[in-house]
Ligand binder design. Structure first.
Ligand SMILES: Cc1cc2nc3c(=O)[nH]c(=O)nc-3n(C[C@H](O)[C@H](O)[C@H](O)COP(=O)(O)OP(=O)(O)OC[C@H]3O[C@@H](n4cnc5c(N)ncnc54)[C@H](O)[C@@H]3O)c2cc1C
Length: 494
């Protein structure tokens, strides 16, 4: 039995403060479970084992452990975790139910604010969101919110408790462009309102970066497929291999649908402006990640072979961590990250950095590449680098790196993976989508309802906010669905 359920009595005190001082009784109030029960990370496979495959590295706690972990929540009256969650997930409610062993009820509450909690629990950087805001951080370690969210939702699927049915038709139809998490959330919400939703996706496998980006060792593909199947059960239609703006015009969509949602992401790699950047063996991150993580004949492209080779990854974000770990799983002799700032200023998640280190990745911090050295046969021999030092903070608060004079050195490499981030793919100038207003970065401008400069055309996720997180895309998709409902209420049904 979970410790939270052991005793309802105990010494009252201020929220979160365990009794202390000479002669204090051992804490019995469930509010103090956190003082008796340490935070426990979910079971993780050993680095040696996991670099041999692409399966997820974490698994679920058993029931006793998950109840104990959930019981660490002190149920604060003003839950900062929920405020820090972009979806305002009702976290304390499902933690309390989990502590009592009511997993299905907990999962139902978790689904009420999230269209894919089993996915967010796997990929959210909880340490920067809900867990980062947990009040327990002031005294000890945060509640393991992500592990509980994952457990209850996996439990609900395993017990057949996650279903989807078609709602009574509203008479309206909506075209959803792209099938990433933003579009999936928007389509799900719209279908629940009874609108006829058609998803147009340029790739042959739906799921956006959940499939064609985030590696399987963080999120196995069958989990995304299961969500897509649920959308189909709700009545959402998928048209795959259709590149909207190229194959289909906005005018066509307007004639056939009452509203449009553009969830096209931002997947154009930032350019590598370096001598030698054109050499054979220099690759952008995404084609490499897709090729190695998506075992499907639908994925084509020139094979990127890293087996037995020295791989250098440029960049310090999550994509860079994913490249390092994917290279090691693909047989690379070594995988080295070259990043111009230090660890404290690296944007990648600390959890994924630690996982990459465990798996054998090497990090050259405060290092900038200056040239890719050719091997004389069209390929790569090494990367010439300089050491950097951090100067004063710029307007964004990040310390600006500057070159250390006379610090040149080389890192041997046969393959280079460029993970410098992404920009939006612009619509062709001849397309009637090209008239949509964008910001200076190229992202689609949207109003408070996620509506673009074109009435009835909405957007969200990376396409409008820039490369971000799955949970932000889900939030935008849900917000856009509310905006679309408002828009549809103003026009007559066909
Ligand atoms: C390698 C990598 C790892 C990441 N890891 C994490 C992580 O661990 N946690 C996290 O929270 N976030 C992570 N992210 C970020 C996250 O994946 C994105 O923020 C999120 O997927 C954005 O969702 P979206 O729906 O806006 O767009 P996307 O997921 O990019 O989906 C856009 C979809 O639109 C389709 N499309 C584009 N143009 C057209 C067109 N003209 N016509 C039809 N279809 C089109 C694309 O093919 C794609 O399927 C990662 C990103 C990358 C690249």
């Amino acid at each position: 039995m979970a410790e939270a359920a052991q005793s309802e009595s105990g010494t009252p005190g201020s929220a979160g403060a365990p009794p202390s001082g000479p002669g204090a009784l051992p804490p019995a109030n469930p509010k103090y479970a956190w003082a008796r029960i340490p935070r426990q990370a979910p079971p993780k496979r050993s680095a040696d084992e996991r670099v041999g495959d692409f399966r997820e590295i974490y698994s679920n706690h058993d029931e006793a452990a998950i109840r104990a972990q959930a019981s660490r929540c002190i149920q604060c009256p003003n839950p900062l975790c929920a405020q820090a969650c972009p979806l305002s997930n009702r976290i304390p409610e499902w933690l309390a139910l989990t502590a009592q062993g009511q997993y299905l009820e907990a999962a139902a509450i978790s689904r009420s604010t999230s269209n894919m909690p089993e996915i967010c629990s796997r990929v959210c950087p909880q340490e920067r969101l809900c867990e980062g805001a947990c009040i327990l951080n002031c005294r000890t370690d945060a509640v393991a919110i992500g592990a509980v969210e994952r457990f209850i939702n996996d439990y609900a699927f395993a017990h057949g408790a996650v279903e989807a049915n078609a709602a009574p038709p509203s008479g309206f139809s909506v075209a959803v462009i792209g099938s990433g998490p933003g579009s999936m959330a928007c389509a799900d919400q719209l279908a629940q309102s009874g609108h006829a939703v058609t998803v147009f996706e340029s790739q042959l496998i739906p799921g956006g970066l959940l499939v064609n980006g985030i590696p399987a060792f963080k999120l196995e593909k069958h989990i995304v497929e299961r969500r897509i199947n649920l959308l189909a059960k709700r009545g959402v239609r998928f048209e795959l291999g259709v590149k909207v703006g190229w194959d289909v015009s906005l005018a066509h969509l307007r004639r056939n649908y009452d509203a449009v949602f553009l969830g096209v992401g931002a997947q154009r790699p930032k350019p590598l402006d370096l001598p030698g950047g054109e050499l054979r063996g220099v690759w952008p991150a995404l084609p490499f990640l897709i090729q190695k993580n998506v075992a499907s004949p639908l994925v084509d492209g020139e094979p990127i072979d890293v087996a037995g080779k020295r791989v250098v990854v440029f960049g310090g974000g999550d994509t860079a961590m994913d490249c390092l770990r994917t290279a090691l799983r693909s047989g690379a002799k070594e995988a080295v990250c070259v990043y111009r700032r230090d660890l404290a200023n690296m944007p990648g998640s600390r959890k994924e950095y630690a996982n990459a280190l465990e798996e054998g990745a090497r990090f050259e911090f405060l290092t900038n590449p200056t040239e890719i050295v050719p091997d004389g046969a069209g390929g790569i021999a090494a990367v010439r680098c300089v050491r950097m030092q951090l100067g004063a903070a710029d307007a964004s608060g990040r310390r600006k790196p500057a070159v250390v004079p006379g610090s040149e050195f080389t890192v041997p490499a046969e393959v280079i993976l460029v993970a410098y981030g992404f920009d939006p793919v612009p619509f062709p100038p001849t397309s009637d989508f090209a008239g949509l207003k964008t910001d200076q970065w190229g992202g689609l401008k949207v109003d408070a309802d996620q509506m673009t400069s074109e009435p009835g055309v909405f957007s969200g996720g990376d396409a409008s906010r820039g490369p971000s997180l799955v949970v932000h895309a889900v939030r935008d998709g849900r917000k856009a669905a509310v905006g679309i409902d408002r828009w549809l209420a103003r026009i007559p049904a066909r």
